[in-house]
Design a protein around this ligand. Structure first.
Ligand SMILES: Nc1ncnc2c1ncn2[C@@H]1O[C@H](COP(=O)(O)OP(=O)(O)OP(=O)(O)O)[C@@H](O)[C@H]1O
Ligand SMILES: [Mg+2]
Length: 283
């Protein structure tokens, strides 16, 4: 099942057209340092998208910053690009941590955002960010990104359980590359080409089934009314059908799955010292 969120389509249009929805009041900025993509999102005080930019990443691996200077450079460039679009300076931002990340890595993530010239006002957990955009308080959020799949269970708006698995879109690409005997780059392009989906999907389906069976193990023993999938690797049309069949739980995806977490980080970019202390491991 797909839910359409207008706010995600507006944000996607701003990113794609490199335009801004100009605003006078306070702005909230979110930075998502992903394994595959780094995304900067800006919303206004009413959580309406203002502007955004994205850049393909190879500087973060599964929540660990592997190229610190490279990561800072990318975030700095994204910041400058968005500032030019909206004609305003961005001074504060929030970042997010994927489920299961160690406190040392969290520090590195927030240091990158600081190194790019932001004052870090909040460190959000990714499932909470996604839940804000989807407007949910109960259920499991499964974020199928490039390198990792994060599994989180929310109850009454609080994250009560998280886990992560080193599987994601990269594994799908590897399977396609092996099947066709092509390079990773070619396989990646084939995977994202909607015109080839009918040929590609049967090849990646076993990877999705495996992901779903892992998710099922984690969810055992919890009361989960629905599973919400986000992240780029759930883009396939039939992704939710495979999950639903394996899990026996209604599985819901939104439009623009790549942008859910980044937009949610921006929406949660309100000063929160408690989170900063907690996630940086100083408590
Ligand atoms: N149209 C598409 N069809 C299939 N896969 C896609 C599509 N678009 C993007 N992807 C895949 O989604 C993944 C990137 O998703 P996303 O941006 O959510 O990951 P990330 O946040 O950078 O990574 P992580 O959360 O693992 O750190 C990549 O593996 C990419 O190939
Ligand atoms: Mg991600």
């Amino acid at each position: 099942m797909i839910i359409q969120k207008g706010v995600l389509d507006s944000f996607a249009a701003l990113v794609e057209e490199e335009t801004g929805n100009l605003s006078d009041g306070g702005l909230k900025t979110g930075v998502d340092l992903g394994t595959a993509n780094i995304v900067l999102a800006v919303v206004n005080g009413d959580n309406e998208p203002v502007a955004g930019a994205t850049f393909p990443s190879s500087v973060v691996k599964d929540g660990i910053v592997v190229d610190y200077m490279g990561a800072i450079r990318i975030v700095r460039n994204l910041k400058a690009k968005v500032e030019a679009v909206i004609g305003r300076e961005l001074t504060e931002a929030s970042c997010a941590i994927p489920p299961g990340v160690e406190s040392g890595s969290v520090k590195a993530i927030s240091n990158v955002v600081e190194g790019a010239g932001f004052d870090v006002v909040n460190i959000v957990d990714e499932p909470t960010a996604a839940a804000s955009v989807l407007g949910i308080t109960d259920g499991a959020v499964v974020d199928v990104g490039g390198g990792t799949t994060g599994i989180s269970i929310l109850k009454d708006g609080k994250v009560i359980y998280t886990a992560d698995e080193p599987t994601g879109g990269t594994h799908m690409t590897l399977v396609i590359a092996g099947y066709y005997g092509v390079s990773i780059e070619e396989a990646e392009a084939m995977k994202k080409d909607p015109a080839r989906e009918a040929d590609i999907f049967p090849i990646v389906k076993p990877v999705i089934q495996k992901m779903a069976s892992i998710v099922k193990r984690f969810l055992t023993g919890y009361e989960v009314p629905a599973v919400y999938v986000v992240g780029g690797a759930c883009s396939f049309r039939e992704f939710t059908d495979v999950f639903e069949k394996e899990l026996g739980i209604q599985t819901i995806k939104s439009n623009q799955p790549l942008l859910v977490t980044p937009l949610g980080i921006a929406m949660n970019s309100v000063r929160n010292e408690e989170n900063i202390q907690k996630y940086r491991g100083r408590m």
